[in-house]
Structures are given as structure tokens and as C-alpha cells.
Design a protein around this ligand. Structure first.
Ligand code: UDP
Length: 413
């Protein structure tokens, strides 16, 4: 296990974004658990939504007096191949989970659990990759409380995968999901719902004029192949079948029929635990190779994601399944109108017609129609974007996430 680098953050730097009551609640809740020590475990320090949140969350926790560590699993590539299949299985795929795969998983979690040296009052295991550590840890640290924070959409899991985790789930003290319905298929009595959040102070989300000198080049749209004077559709996501990048291409082609100068950009990172990403990237590239108005931008710096989100006229999130989609809050925070699918965490963030549009996942015509409306009506786009920013300020910023975790720790202690 490796210690993850945490962000340099203090609570004071967020206070201007919070109203008085929220500020007080957060301080009170942190004070109530200041006697606890907390460990978060996940697989990666960067790339993907979980890492995005843990950096500032861990820093804020410590700043408010809750001693919190964050460590990363270390495992061979074969483990991540298995956990990708597990991830898909928990989201409904029925690829078999062979005995060899199960053994690969069990071995890696045992090794990582053995590498936890210190005892903590609360251990938060993030996602299915780390869940298998719970039995080993509970044996070594019987006084500790264990939380499984599941970030994925569990609406329709394949039963074999639930069965595989049955013992682990019975060993955790509390499961945390992003939506109540995600816990329905789980064999647990109680689950807590916590919505994810974004960090408004990162180079990804801060105003462009607040970027450091070091980040400024990454945040200059001139360094990317899009034309800021032409309409731009954008999807920021891993190259993953659940994010439906080919569906995005279809919707873009429909929009182009009436908005001929429209451009499409994909911004997609390739996190270490996502071996499928390269293949999907190749497919999207092959599909759009003859279209100079489509751009696939990989591994942009955070400031690059920021400037692309701010430059886009419409941000798409065309997921077929989605745990939450931090990308939606990120775009809304920048006042951009979002067209998202009515799945998983997206409708938690978008109220159709109020701060964006919701469409059904396979409905290319509706997706294109909402994009077109927004491209053709600046006042509408501005109104939805402004409403979106306020939604995020009230409900989806990191300090609120910290308050929710503190309340949970107080409950399970
Ligand atoms: N992301 C990024 N660079 C990319 C693509 C994605 O930094 O090229 C970030 C994105 O801004 C967001 C996170 O990765 O913060 C993805 O989180 P989300 O919840 O949307 O999806 P997940 O990848 O966890 O399914």
C-alpha cells in the first residue's frame, strides 16, 4: 500500500462559497468526530472520480481536526483486468467470473490488507476493488468500523457478482451509495446515501484567471485543436462503453445536419485501472477519422479539462449507466448547459429544462434536438447554465461531502 498525496487545502478557502448555516453545520459535524482516526483506501491517486474527491476531502478533514489518511492499493495488472470485469458485472454484464479471476482478486486484497500497519477507528473502502480487504482487516482490527463506499450504479447487478461479495458485504458496518436504489439489490439492512462532490479550487474547476503560472498553458484554449468561434459539443469521460462515445458521435452527426459548422470534442483520460480504454478509443477514432471537426483529446492536464468545459457550448454526458458523473457537476459549475441521460446520478444533478436537459439513454434524436436548441438560443443556454452553477454551489461541493462523511462516522462509531 502506498500513501496518496493529498491536496493543500484549508476549510477557510471554501468559506466564501458557503452560507452561514452550512459553514456552521460542517464545523459542528467535524468537531463531533475529531476524536476518530479515519483511513480511506482506493486504487489510484489520479484519474477517475474517486481520486478527484479524495484529495481535497482528506485535506479538509485533517484541517478540521479529523485525523485522516489515504492509501492506495498496489496490485498487478491482472487484478485490474479482473476488477474491470467485476465492475461491469455489478453493473449488469454477465461475463463469467472464473475461479482463476476470483483467486487473482482474493490474493491481491489479502496482500493489501496485510500491508495496513496502523489501526484506525473507521476504514472507508472505495469501490469493489478494495471491498475484499474487509474480512482480513476486521480480523486484525476488531474494534474498527468498516464502510464500503460504492461509487457505481448497482441497479441491476449480475447475481454471481453479488454472491461473490456476499461475505464481504456482511462484514462491513455500513454501505454508502450515491442513490437509494443502488442499495436495493444488496444483502444489507441499511445503506447511507451520500452524493459525490467536486472541488471548486482545483485547476480543473477554478476560474481560468486563477490558474497558477504553471497551469496557465494547459488552460489556454489556443493549445487545443478546437475553434472557439465555432459551436462546440463536448463529452468529458473515460473511453468506456458505458459512457457511449459512439452514441455521442451519432448525436453530433444529427446536430450537424442543421448546424453545419458544429464541432465535437472528446476529452478522455485513461486511468491505470482501465485496460478497456485503449480499445474504445481506437473505435471512436476509426469511426471519426474522416471528420476534421471531431477531436479526441487524451490525458489533458486538469486546466485543459477546465478550459474545454468552459469553451463548450453544450456539454454532453450520454452515459448508459452511471454511478454519479462528476463531469456533470463540473460542467454545471462552469455555467455550461448539460444534456445528460436520465440514468444513475445524472438526474440527481439535472432537473430537465431547469438547469440542463435529460434524455433517455438510446434516444439519439432527443439528444441532438436538445443540443440544437441550446446552440440556437444563447439566452436559454445562459439561463440553464446559471441555474446549474447554483445547484452545484448548494449541493455538490466538497465541504458538503465532508459534512456527510462526518455524520456517517458519528453514526457508525
Ligand atoms: N477526467 C479527467 N480527464 C479526462 C477525463 C475525465 O480529468 O480526460 C475526470 C473528470 O473531469 C471527472 C472524472 O475524471 O472529474 C470522472 O469522474 P466521473 O464521475 O464523471 O466518471 P468515472 O470516471 O468515475 O466513471
Amino acid at each position: 500500500m502506498e500513501t496518496a498525496p493529498t491536496a493543500a487545502r484549508t476549510f477557510a478557502s471554501y468559506e466564501h462559497l458557503l452560507d452561514d448555516e452550512t459553514r456552521r453545520t460542517i464545523r459542528d459535524r467535524a468537531a463531533a468526530v475529531a476524536d476518530l482516526s479515519v483511513l480511506h483506501v482506493n486504487t489510484t491517486a489520479s484519474g477517475g472520480g474517486v481520486a478527484e474527491m479524495l484529495g481535497p476531502l482528506v485535506a479538509l478533514s485533517n484541517d478540521l481536526g479529523v485525523a485522516t489518511d489515504w492509501t492506495l492499493m498496489e496490485a498487478p495488472d491482472a487484478f485490474y483486468d479482473v476488477t474491470k470485469v467485476v465492475h461491469n458485472g455489478l453493473q449488469g454484464d454477465d461475463e463469467p467470473l472464473t475461479e482463476t479471476m476470483q483467486a487473482t482478486y482474493r490474493e491481491a486484497v489479502a496482500v493489501n490488507a496485510a500491508a495496513v500497519d496502523d489501526e484506525y477507528d473507521v476504514v472507508v473502502l472505495h469501490d469493489p476493488q478494495t471491498l475484499g480487504m474487509v474480512g482480513h482487516l476486521a480480523e486484525r482490527f476488531p474494534e474498527a468500523r468498516f464502510v464500503w463506499r460504492c461509487h457505481i450504479d448497482l441497479t441491476d447487478p449480475s447475481p454471481d457478482y453479488l454472491e461473490f461479495f456476499a461475505d464481504d458485504l456482511s462484514a462491513v458496518d455500513r454501505v454508502v451509495v450515491s442513490r437509494p436504489s443502488y442499495a436495493d439489490p444488496l444483502p444489507v439492512e441499511e445503506a447511507t446515501v451520500i452524493h459525490p462532490a467536486i472541488d471548486p479550487l482545483t485547476p480543473k474547476n477554478c476560474p481560468l484567471d486563477e490558474l497558477s503560472a504553471e497551469d496557465a498553458a494547459g488552460g489556454d484554449v489556443g493549445n487545443y485543436p478546437v475553434d472557439p468561434d465555432r459551436p462546440l459539443l463536448l463529452q468529458v469521460s473515460r473511453f468506456d462503453p458505458w459512457k457511449d462515445p459512439l452514441g455521442v458521435v451519432d448525436a453530433y452527426r444529427r446536430v450537424r445536419e442543421s448546424v453545419p459548422d458544429v464541432q465535437l470534442a472528446f476529452v478522455g483520460g485513461m486511468p491505470d485501472d482501465d485496460p478497456e480504454g485503449m480499445e474504445i478509443h481506437r473505435k471512436v477514432e476509426a469511426e471519426t477519422a474522416d471528420d476534421p471537426s471531431v477531436h479526441l483529446l487524451t490525458d489533458l492536464p486538469d486546466a485543459g479539462v477546465n478550459v474545454m468545459q468552459r469553451t463548450a457550448d453544450v456539454v454532453l454526458q450520454k452515459s448508459l449507466r452511471e454511478g454519479f458523473a462528476l463531469t456533470v457537476s463540473e460542467a454545471l459549475w462552469k455555467g455550461r448547459p448539460v444534456v445528460g441521460t436520465n440514468v444513475g446520478g445524472i438526474p440527481l444533478q439535472i432537473a430537465d429544462g431547469e438547469n440542463g436537459y435529460l434524455v433517455e439513454p438510446r434516444d439519439i434524436a432527443a439528444t441532438a434536438d436538445r443540443c440544437r436548441r441550446l446552440l440556437e438560443d444563447d439566452a436559454l443556454a445562459a439561463r440553464l447554465g446559471e441555474e446549474g452553477r447554483e445547484t452545484v454551489r448548494r449541493r455538490f461541493l466538497i465541504p458538503r461531502l465532508l459534512a456527510d462523511y462526518c455524520a456517517l462516522f458519528d453514526e457508525v462509531r
